[in-house]
Design a protein around this ligand. Sequence first.
Ligand code: CAO
Length: 456
Amino acid sequence: MSQIIEIKVPDIGDYADVPVIEVLVSPGDRVEEEQSLLTLESDKATMDIPSPSAGTVKEIRVKPGERISEGTVIVLLESEAKAPPTESASSAAASAASNAQQPPAQSTVQEPTQPPVAANAPQPSAKSSPALTATHAEPSPTQAHEPNAENHTASHASPSVRQFARELGVEVRQVNGTGPKGRITQDDVRAYVKATLQSGVKASGAASGAGGALNLLPWPQVAFTKFGPLETKPLSRIKKIAGANLHRNWVMIPHVTSHEEADITELEALRVKLNQENSKTALKVTLLAFLIKASVAALKQYPSFNTSLDGDNLIYKKYYHIGFAADTPNGLVVPVIKNADQKGVLEIAQETTELAQLAREGKLKSEQMQGGCFSISSLGGIGGTYFTPIINAPEVAILGVCRSALKPVWDGQQFMPRLMLPLSLSYDHRVIDGAEAARFNAYLASILADFRRVTL
Ligand code: CAO
Protein backbone atom coordinates (compact mmCIF):
# COMPACT_ATOMS: atom_id res chain seq x y z
CA MET A 1 0.00 0.00 0.00
CA SER A 2 1.42 3.40 -0.95
CA GLN A 3 1.94 6.19 1.56
CA ILE A 4 3.28 9.73 1.48
CA ILE A 5 6.62 10.04 3.23
CA GLU A 6 8.71 13.08 3.99
CA ILE A 7 12.28 12.65 2.87
CA LYS A 8 14.61 14.62 5.09
CA VAL A 9 18.28 15.43 4.87
CA PRO A 10 19.94 12.64 6.83
CA ASP A 11 22.78 13.07 9.29
CA ILE A 12 25.52 14.61 7.19
CA GLY A 13 28.09 14.88 9.92
CA ASP A 14 29.47 18.34 10.60
CA TYR A 15 27.94 19.87 7.51
CA ALA A 16 25.19 22.48 8.01
CA ASP A 17 23.69 25.14 5.78
CA VAL A 18 24.89 23.30 2.72
CA PRO A 19 23.72 24.78 -0.58
CA VAL A 20 21.56 22.73 -2.92
CA ILE A 21 23.30 22.87 -6.26
CA GLU A 22 21.04 20.66 -8.31
CA VAL A 23 17.55 19.20 -7.97
CA LEU A 24 17.58 16.04 -9.99
CA VAL A 25 13.85 15.17 -10.02
CA SER A 26 10.54 16.92 -10.70
CA PRO A 27 7.05 16.44 -9.27
CA GLY A 28 5.41 13.45 -10.95
CA ASP A 29 8.72 11.67 -11.58
CA ARG A 30 8.89 8.03 -10.65
CA VAL A 31 12.10 7.28 -8.80
CA GLU A 32 13.83 4.07 -7.89
CA GLU A 33 15.16 3.27 -4.48
CA GLU A 34 18.67 4.83 -4.17
CA GLN A 35 18.08 7.20 -7.08
CA SER A 36 19.63 10.59 -6.41
CA LEU A 37 17.07 13.30 -5.63
CA LEU A 38 19.32 16.30 -5.26
CA THR A 39 22.92 17.32 -4.90
CA LEU A 40 24.43 19.36 -2.10
CA GLU A 41 27.82 20.90 -2.25
CA SER A 42 29.88 22.05 0.68
CA ASP A 43 33.35 23.58 0.43
CA LYS A 44 34.87 20.16 0.68
CA ALA A 45 32.42 17.67 -0.75
CA THR A 46 29.60 17.13 -3.17
CA MET A 47 26.83 14.91 -1.85
CA ASP A 48 23.88 13.28 -3.51
CA ILE A 49 20.79 12.57 -1.40
CA PRO A 50 19.24 9.35 -2.67
CA SER A 51 15.65 8.29 -2.27
CA PRO A 52 15.10 5.78 0.55
CA SER A 53 12.51 3.92 -1.50
CA ALA A 54 10.90 3.69 -4.90
CA GLY A 55 7.88 5.86 -5.52
CA THR A 56 6.49 8.99 -7.16
CA VAL A 57 7.67 12.51 -6.34
CA LYS A 58 4.66 14.49 -5.10
CA GLU A 59 6.33 17.70 -4.07
CA ILE A 60 9.78 19.25 -3.93
CA ARG A 61 10.38 21.43 -0.90
CA VAL A 62 13.78 22.93 -1.77
CA LYS A 63 15.27 24.97 -4.60
CA PRO A 64 18.77 25.22 -6.05
CA GLY A 65 20.77 27.75 -4.08
CA GLU A 66 18.80 27.16 -0.86
CA ARG A 67 20.90 26.18 2.15
CA ILE A 68 19.76 23.12 4.06
CA SER A 69 20.87 21.04 7.03
CA GLU A 70 20.11 17.72 8.67
CA GLY A 71 16.35 17.27 9.11
CA THR A 72 15.24 19.65 6.36
CA VAL A 73 12.36 18.11 4.42
CA ILE A 74 13.40 17.97 0.79
CA VAL A 75 10.80 15.85 -1.00
CA LEU A 76 7.35 14.37 -0.41
CA LEU A 77 7.31 10.94 -1.95
CA GLU A 78 4.41 8.62 -2.59
CA SER A 79 6.32 5.58 -1.51
CA GLU A 80 5.81 2.08 -2.84
CA ALA A 81 7.69 0.63 0.12
CA LYS A 82 5.76 -1.65 2.47
CA ALA A 83 7.17 0.01 5.58
CA PRO A 84 8.63 3.41 6.28
CA PRO A 85 12.40 3.75 6.36
CA THR A 86 13.83 2.38 9.57
CA GLU A 87 16.27 3.67 12.15
CA SER A 88 19.06 1.64 10.58
CA ALA A 89 18.71 3.81 7.51
CA SER A 90 19.80 6.95 9.31
CA SER A 91 22.63 5.20 11.08
CA ALA A 92 23.91 4.06 7.70
CA ALA A 93 23.65 7.63 6.51
CA ALA A 94 25.63 8.80 9.52
CA SER A 95 28.27 6.23 8.84
CA ALA A 96 28.43 7.28 5.22
CA ALA A 97 28.68 10.93 6.19
CA SER A 98 31.53 10.35 8.57
CA ASN A 99 33.33 8.40 5.86
CA ALA A 100 32.76 11.27 3.52
CA GLN A 101 34.53 13.68 5.83
CA GLN A 102 37.71 11.67 6.03
CA PRO A 103 40.18 12.33 3.24
CA PRO A 104 40.31 9.24 1.10
CA ALA A 105 43.60 7.43 1.61
CA GLN A 106 44.77 8.05 -1.95
CA SER A 107 42.53 10.86 -3.05
CA THR A 108 45.48 12.72 -4.49
CA VAL A 109 46.25 9.97 -6.93
CA GLN A 110 43.18 9.40 -9.02
CA GLU A 111 39.52 10.01 -9.62
CA PRO A 112 37.44 7.42 -7.79
CA THR A 113 35.89 5.07 -10.30
CA GLN A 114 32.91 4.58 -7.96
CA PRO A 115 31.49 7.04 -5.44
CA PRO A 116 33.68 6.43 -2.38
CA VAL A 117 30.75 5.76 -0.07
CA ALA A 118 29.68 2.76 -2.09
CA ALA A 119 32.97 1.17 -1.10
CA ASN A 120 33.14 2.59 2.42
CA ALA A 121 29.58 2.19 3.65
CA PRO A 122 28.48 -1.03 5.31
CA GLN A 123 27.18 -3.06 2.40
CA PRO A 124 23.87 -4.48 3.67
CA SER A 125 22.41 -1.20 4.99
CA ALA A 126 23.90 0.98 2.26
CA LYS A 127 21.64 -0.71 -0.26
CA SER A 128 18.44 -0.17 1.66
CA SER A 129 19.00 3.21 3.28
CA PRO A 130 19.03 6.89 2.43
CA ALA A 131 22.80 6.91 2.49
CA LEU A 132 24.54 9.86 0.89
CA THR A 133 27.39 9.68 -1.50
CA ALA A 134 30.25 12.10 -1.22
CA THR A 135 32.98 12.97 -3.60
CA HIS A 136 35.94 14.99 -2.47
CA ALA A 137 36.75 17.90 -4.66
CA GLU A 138 40.09 18.89 -3.26
CA PRO A 139 42.86 19.83 -5.70
CA SER A 140 44.89 16.82 -6.68
CA PRO A 141 47.75 16.01 -9.03
CA THR A 142 45.19 14.61 -11.49
CA GLN A 143 44.93 18.17 -12.75
CA ALA A 144 48.25 17.55 -14.47
CA HIS A 145 46.42 15.34 -16.94
CA GLU A 146 43.72 17.83 -17.76
CA PRO A 147 43.86 19.44 -21.16
CA ASN A 148 43.19 22.81 -19.57
CA ALA A 149 45.10 22.13 -16.43
CA GLU A 150 46.02 25.79 -16.08
CA ASN A 151 42.45 26.75 -15.31
CA HIS A 152 41.42 23.89 -13.06
CA THR A 153 42.07 22.68 -9.62
CA ALA A 154 40.41 19.26 -9.57
CA SER A 155 37.48 17.79 -11.44
CA HIS A 156 34.42 19.16 -9.79
CA ALA A 157 31.26 17.19 -10.49
CA SER A 158 28.33 15.81 -8.57
CA PRO A 159 28.10 12.05 -8.18
CA SER A 160 25.14 12.00 -10.56
CA VAL A 161 27.23 13.72 -13.24
CA ARG A 162 30.10 11.34 -12.52
CA GLN A 163 27.68 8.43 -12.87
CA PHE A 164 26.45 9.88 -16.16
CA ALA A 165 30.05 10.31 -17.34
CA ARG A 166 30.91 6.75 -16.36
CA GLU A 167 27.95 5.42 -18.32
CA LEU A 168 29.35 7.16 -21.40
CA GLY A 169 32.90 6.05 -20.68
CA VAL A 170 34.07 9.63 -20.10
CA GLU A 171 36.77 10.53 -17.59
CA VAL A 172 35.43 13.60 -15.83
CA ARG A 173 38.93 15.03 -15.44
CA GLN A 174 39.01 15.47 -19.22
CA VAL A 175 35.85 17.61 -19.20
CA ASN A 176 35.78 21.38 -18.89
CA GLY A 177 33.24 22.53 -16.31
CA THR A 178 31.06 25.50 -17.18
CA GLY A 179 28.88 25.45 -14.06
CA PRO A 180 29.33 27.61 -10.95
CA LYS A 181 32.96 27.51 -9.73
CA GLY A 182 33.86 25.47 -12.81
CA ARG A 183 31.55 22.61 -11.82
CA ILE A 184 31.04 19.97 -14.51
CA THR A 185 27.42 19.57 -15.60
CA GLN A 186 25.69 16.87 -17.64
CA ASP A 187 25.71 19.27 -20.59
CA ASP A 188 29.49 19.60 -20.26
CA VAL A 189 29.82 15.82 -20.45
CA ARG A 190 27.53 15.73 -23.50
CA ALA A 191 29.54 18.52 -25.17
CA TYR A 192 32.77 16.65 -24.46
CA VAL A 193 31.41 13.44 -26.02
CA LYS A 194 30.17 15.36 -29.05
CA ALA A 195 33.50 17.13 -29.53
CA THR A 196 35.44 13.89 -29.11
CA LEU A 197 33.31 12.07 -31.66
CA GLN A 198 33.60 14.94 -34.11
CA SER A 199 37.34 15.14 -33.71
CA GLY A 200 37.77 11.58 -34.82
CA VAL A 201 38.31 9.29 -31.87
CA LYS A 202 35.39 7.21 -33.09
CA ALA A 203 36.69 7.12 -36.63
CA SER A 204 40.18 6.14 -35.57
CA GLY A 205 38.80 2.99 -33.96
CA ALA A 206 39.23 2.56 -30.24
CA ALA A 207 39.67 -0.56 -28.18
CA SER A 208 36.08 -1.03 -27.11
CA GLY A 209 33.58 -2.88 -29.24
CA ALA A 210 31.53 0.28 -29.71
CA GLY A 211 34.54 2.03 -31.21
CA GLY A 212 34.16 5.02 -28.92
CA ALA A 213 35.90 5.29 -25.58
CA LEU A 214 39.17 3.49 -24.96
CA ASN A 215 37.63 1.60 -22.07
CA LEU A 216 40.94 1.37 -20.23
CA LEU A 217 41.63 0.02 -16.77
CA PRO A 218 41.84 2.61 -14.02
CA TRP A 219 45.29 4.04 -13.39
CA PRO A 220 47.15 1.86 -10.86
CA GLN A 221 47.07 3.26 -7.35
CA VAL A 222 50.27 2.45 -5.51
CA ALA A 223 51.09 3.47 -1.96
CA PHE A 224 54.70 4.30 -2.86
CA THR A 225 55.54 5.06 0.77
CA LYS A 226 55.41 1.32 1.40
CA PHE A 227 58.48 0.90 -0.78
CA GLY A 228 60.71 3.81 0.22
CA PRO A 229 61.09 7.53 0.85
CA LEU A 230 59.44 9.98 -1.55
CA GLU A 231 59.40 13.57 -2.65
CA THR A 232 56.48 14.99 -4.66
CA LYS A 233 57.03 17.93 -7.03
CA PRO A 234 54.38 19.53 -9.23
CA LEU A 235 54.80 19.24 -12.98
CA SER A 236 55.85 22.48 -14.64
CA ARG A 237 53.20 24.46 -16.49
CA ILE A 238 54.88 23.64 -19.82
CA LYS A 239 55.01 19.92 -18.99
CA LYS A 240 51.30 19.92 -18.13
CA ILE A 241 50.33 21.65 -21.35
CA ALA A 242 52.76 19.70 -23.53
CA GLY A 243 51.80 16.44 -21.83
CA ALA A 244 48.10 16.91 -22.54
CA ASN A 245 48.85 17.72 -26.19
CA LEU A 246 51.24 14.79 -26.60
CA HIS A 247 48.73 12.44 -25.00
CA ARG A 248 45.93 13.56 -27.33
CA ASN A 249 48.16 13.28 -30.39
CA TRP A 250 49.45 9.85 -29.44
CA VAL A 251 45.97 8.51 -28.78
CA MET A 252 44.17 10.12 -31.72
CA ILE A 253 46.68 9.78 -34.55
CA PRO A 254 47.58 6.36 -35.95
CA HIS A 255 51.35 6.82 -35.96
CA VAL A 256 53.83 4.85 -38.00
CA THR A 257 57.55 5.65 -37.89
CA SER A 258 59.75 5.01 -40.91
CA HIS A 259 63.54 5.05 -40.45
CA GLU A 260 66.29 6.04 -42.86
CA GLU A 261 69.99 6.79 -42.83
CA ALA A 262 71.41 9.80 -44.65
CA ASP A 263 75.05 10.09 -45.67
CA ILE A 264 75.99 13.59 -44.42
CA THR A 265 79.76 13.28 -44.89
CA GLU A 266 79.92 16.10 -47.45
CA LEU A 267 77.29 18.19 -45.68
CA GLU A 268 79.18 18.05 -42.39
CA ALA A 269 82.37 19.10 -44.20
CA LEU A 270 80.48 22.07 -45.66
CA ARG A 271 79.03 22.96 -42.24
CA VAL A 272 82.47 22.88 -40.57
CA LYS A 273 83.88 25.01 -43.42
CA LEU A 274 81.10 27.58 -43.13
CA ASN A 275 81.64 27.82 -39.38
CA GLN A 276 85.38 28.34 -39.93
CA GLU A 277 84.62 31.09 -42.45
CA ASN A 278 82.18 32.70 -40.01
CA SER A 279 84.36 32.20 -36.97
CA LYS A 280 84.66 35.96 -36.45
CA THR A 281 80.89 36.34 -36.21
CA ALA A 282 78.72 34.91 -33.47
CA LEU A 283 76.75 32.91 -36.02
CA LYS A 284 77.04 29.14 -35.75
CA VAL A 285 75.63 27.05 -38.57
CA THR A 286 74.01 23.95 -37.11
CA LEU A 287 72.84 20.78 -38.77
CA LEU A 288 69.32 21.76 -37.78
CA ALA A 289 69.33 24.65 -40.26
CA PHE A 290 70.21 22.26 -43.11
CA LEU A 291 67.54 19.83 -41.94
CA ILE A 292 64.91 22.56 -42.03
CA LYS A 293 65.90 23.58 -45.55
CA ALA A 294 66.01 19.94 -46.73
CA SER A 295 62.59 19.28 -45.17
CA VAL A 296 61.08 22.18 -47.13
CA ALA A 297 62.40 20.62 -50.35
CA ALA A 298 60.88 17.26 -49.38
CA LEU A 299 57.54 18.88 -48.47
CA LYS A 300 57.47 20.53 -51.89
CA GLN A 301 58.21 17.21 -53.55
CA TYR A 302 55.61 15.35 -51.45
CA PRO A 303 52.84 17.89 -50.71
CA SER A 304 50.68 15.42 -48.76
CA PHE A 305 53.17 15.87 -45.90
CA ASN A 306 52.32 19.58 -45.80
CA THR A 307 48.65 19.05 -44.96
CA SER A 308 46.16 18.87 -42.12
CA LEU A 309 43.12 16.64 -41.85
CA ASP A 310 39.77 18.42 -41.64
CA GLY A 311 37.04 15.81 -41.43
CA ASP A 312 36.91 14.19 -44.85
CA ASN A 313 39.07 16.92 -46.41
CA LEU A 314 42.79 17.36 -46.59
CA ILE A 315 44.02 20.94 -46.37
CA TYR A 316 47.13 21.50 -48.49
CA LYS A 317 49.29 24.37 -47.26
CA LYS A 318 51.11 26.56 -49.73
CA TYR A 319 53.46 27.96 -47.12
CA TYR A 320 56.37 26.31 -45.33
CA HIS A 321 56.57 27.02 -41.61
CA ILE A 322 58.81 24.49 -39.85
CA GLY A 323 58.70 23.85 -36.09
CA PHE A 324 61.64 22.47 -34.13
CA ALA A 325 61.49 20.89 -30.68
CA ALA A 326 63.58 22.77 -28.15
CA ASP A 327 64.53 21.23 -24.85
CA THR A 328 64.21 23.80 -22.04
CA PRO A 329 64.67 23.52 -18.27
CA ASN A 330 60.87 23.63 -17.93
CA GLY A 331 60.04 21.17 -20.70
CA LEU A 332 59.57 20.86 -24.40
CA VAL A 333 58.46 23.75 -26.63
CA VAL A 334 58.23 23.99 -30.41
CA PRO A 335 59.21 27.36 -31.91
CA VAL A 336 58.38 27.81 -35.59
CA ILE A 337 60.56 29.15 -38.43
CA LYS A 338 58.08 30.96 -40.66
CA ASN A 339 58.47 30.89 -44.46
CA ALA A 340 61.54 28.68 -44.28
CA ASP A 341 61.34 28.27 -48.07
CA GLN A 342 62.19 31.97 -48.47
CA LYS A 343 65.20 31.90 -46.14
CA GLY A 344 68.76 30.73 -46.60
CA VAL A 345 70.57 28.28 -44.33
CA LEU A 346 72.50 31.06 -42.55
CA GLU A 347 69.35 33.03 -41.84
CA ILE A 348 67.61 29.90 -40.57
CA ALA A 349 70.61 29.07 -38.37
CA GLN A 350 70.48 32.56 -36.90
CA GLU A 351 66.76 32.34 -36.27
CA THR A 352 66.81 28.85 -34.69
CA THR A 353 69.58 29.97 -32.35
CA GLU A 354 67.61 33.03 -31.29
CA LEU A 355 64.34 31.13 -30.87
CA ALA A 356 66.03 28.32 -28.92
CA GLN A 357 67.57 30.93 -26.63
CA LEU A 358 64.21 32.62 -26.07
CA ALA A 359 62.67 29.20 -25.41
CA ARG A 360 65.24 28.39 -22.74
CA GLU A 361 64.68 31.75 -21.09
CA GLY A 362 60.90 31.17 -21.16
CA LYS A 363 60.42 34.28 -23.30
CA LEU A 364 58.86 32.79 -26.45
CA LYS A 365 55.68 34.54 -27.54
CA SER A 366 52.74 32.36 -28.49
CA GLU A 367 52.83 33.56 -32.11
CA GLN A 368 56.41 32.26 -32.31
CA MET A 369 55.05 28.77 -31.70
CA GLN A 370 52.10 28.91 -34.06
CA GLY A 371 51.40 28.05 -37.68
CA GLY A 372 53.77 25.09 -38.06
CA CYS A 373 53.35 22.75 -41.05
CA PHE A 374 55.93 20.10 -40.15
CA SER A 375 58.19 19.61 -37.12
CA ILE A 376 61.72 18.43 -36.52
CA SER A 377 62.86 16.94 -33.24
CA SER A 378 66.64 16.82 -33.18
CA LEU A 379 68.33 14.85 -30.43
CA GLY A 380 71.59 14.77 -32.39
CA GLY A 381 73.41 16.97 -29.92
CA ILE A 382 72.55 14.51 -27.16
CA GLY A 383 72.79 11.03 -28.69
CA GLY A 384 70.62 8.06 -29.56
CA THR A 385 70.12 6.12 -32.76
CA TYR A 386 66.40 6.10 -33.64
CA PHE A 387 63.19 7.01 -31.82
CA THR A 388 59.47 7.53 -32.39
CA PRO A 389 58.60 11.24 -32.35
CA ILE A 390 54.96 12.11 -31.67
CA ILE A 391 53.22 14.09 -34.41
CA ASN A 392 52.43 17.68 -33.51
CA ALA A 393 48.73 17.90 -34.46
CA PRO A 394 47.23 19.17 -36.69
CA GLU A 395 50.41 18.43 -38.65
CA VAL A 396 50.63 15.00 -40.26
CA ALA A 397 54.33 14.19 -39.93
CA ILE A 398 57.40 14.87 -37.81
CA LEU A 399 61.07 14.15 -38.41
CA GLY A 400 63.16 12.79 -35.55
CA VAL A 401 66.94 13.08 -35.88
CA CYS A 402 69.59 11.37 -33.77
CA ARG A 403 73.36 11.55 -33.51
CA SER A 404 75.38 10.97 -36.68
CA ALA A 405 78.05 8.30 -36.56
CA LEU A 406 80.91 7.18 -38.78
CA LYS A 407 80.04 3.85 -40.35
CA PRO A 408 81.65 1.59 -42.92
CA VAL A 409 79.62 1.92 -46.13
CA TRP A 410 80.22 -0.29 -49.19
CA ASP A 411 80.86 1.91 -52.26
CA GLY A 412 80.72 -1.00 -54.72
CA GLN A 413 84.40 -1.81 -54.35
CA GLN A 414 85.32 -1.23 -50.75
CA PHE A 415 84.01 -0.11 -47.38
CA MET A 416 84.41 3.62 -46.88
CA PRO A 417 84.02 5.56 -43.61
CA ARG A 418 80.92 7.71 -44.04
CA LEU A 419 79.12 9.96 -41.57
CA MET A 420 75.60 8.56 -41.34
CA LEU A 421 72.65 10.43 -39.85
CA PRO A 422 69.71 8.43 -38.42
CA LEU A 423 66.30 9.81 -39.46
CA SER A 424 62.95 8.74 -37.96
CA LEU A 425 59.87 10.01 -39.75
CA SER A 426 56.55 9.54 -37.90
CA TYR A 427 53.49 10.05 -40.08
CA ASP A 428 49.72 9.98 -39.76
CA HIS A 429 48.75 6.78 -41.54
CA ARG A 430 45.27 8.16 -42.28
CA VAL A 431 46.91 10.65 -44.60
CA ILE A 432 50.19 9.09 -45.68
CA ASP A 433 50.91 5.58 -46.92
CA GLY A 434 54.04 3.67 -45.95
CA ALA A 435 55.45 3.76 -49.50
CA GLU A 436 55.03 7.53 -49.65
CA ALA A 437 56.84 7.90 -46.33
CA ALA A 438 59.71 5.72 -47.55
CA ARG A 439 59.94 7.91 -50.69
CA PHE A 440 59.91 11.09 -48.60
CA ASN A 441 62.72 9.72 -46.41
CA ALA A 442 64.78 8.57 -49.40
CA TYR A 443 64.36 11.97 -51.05
CA LEU A 444 65.32 13.78 -47.84
CA ALA A 445 68.39 11.55 -47.48
CA SER A 446 69.38 12.26 -51.09
CA ILE A 447 69.25 16.00 -50.44
CA LEU A 448 71.28 15.72 -47.26
CA ALA A 449 73.81 13.57 -49.13
CA ASP A 450 74.16 16.19 -51.88
CA PHE A 451 72.82 19.52 -50.72
CA ARG A 452 73.06 21.05 -54.24
CA ARG A 453 69.79 19.16 -54.92
CA VAL A 454 67.93 21.52 -52.62
CA THR A 455 67.98 24.11 -55.39
CA LEU A 456 66.45 21.76 -57.97
N1 CAO B 1 74.76 14.38 -34.89
C1 CAO B 1 75.93 14.69 -34.29
N2 CAO B 1 76.15 15.85 -33.66
C2 CAO B 1 75.13 16.74 -33.66
C3 CAO B 1 73.91 16.50 -34.26
C4 CAO B 1 73.75 15.25 -34.91
N3 CAO B 1 72.60 14.92 -35.50
N4 CAO B 1 73.11 17.55 -34.08
C5 CAO B 1 73.79 18.45 -33.37
N5 CAO B 1 75.02 17.94 -33.11
C6 CAO B 1 76.09 18.61 -32.39
C7 CAO B 1 76.24 20.04 -32.83
O1 CAO B 1 77.04 20.13 -33.96
C8 CAO B 1 76.87 20.66 -31.62
O2 CAO B 1 78.23 20.29 -31.60
P1 CAO B 1 79.38 21.39 -31.29
O3 CAO B 1 78.99 22.04 -30.02
O4 CAO B 1 80.61 20.58 -31.21
O5 CAO B 1 79.35 22.31 -32.45
C9 CAO B 1 76.22 19.91 -30.48
O6 CAO B 1 75.71 18.70 -31.02
C10 CAO B 1 75.08 20.65 -29.81
O7 CAO B 1 74.13 21.06 -30.79
P2 CAO B 1 72.84 21.83 -30.29
O8 CAO B 1 71.88 20.86 -29.74
O9 CAO B 1 73.22 22.94 -29.40
O10 CAO B 1 72.31 22.53 -31.59
P3 CAO B 1 71.27 22.02 -32.61
O11 CAO B 1 71.09 23.09 -33.58
O12 CAO B 1 71.66 20.71 -33.15
O13 CAO B 1 69.90 21.84 -31.80
C11 CAO B 1 67.99 22.40 -30.57
C12 CAO B 1 69.18 22.94 -31.31
C13 CAO B 1 67.18 23.54 -30.03
C14 CAO B 1 67.13 21.55 -31.48
C15 CAO B 1 68.51 21.49 -29.44
O14 CAO B 1 69.31 22.25 -28.56
C16 CAO B 1 67.46 20.83 -28.64
O15 CAO B 1 66.81 21.42 -27.78
N6 CAO B 1 67.26 19.51 -28.90
C17 CAO B 1 66.34 18.68 -28.13
C18 CAO B 1 65.04 18.48 -28.86
C19 CAO B 1 64.17 17.56 -28.08
O16 CAO B 1 64.10 17.59 -26.87
N7 CAO B 1 63.50 16.65 -28.77
C20 CAO B 1 62.72 15.66 -28.17
C21 CAO B 1 61.31 15.96 -28.47
S1 CAO B 1 60.33 14.56 -28.53
O17 CAO B 1 60.21 14.09 -27.05
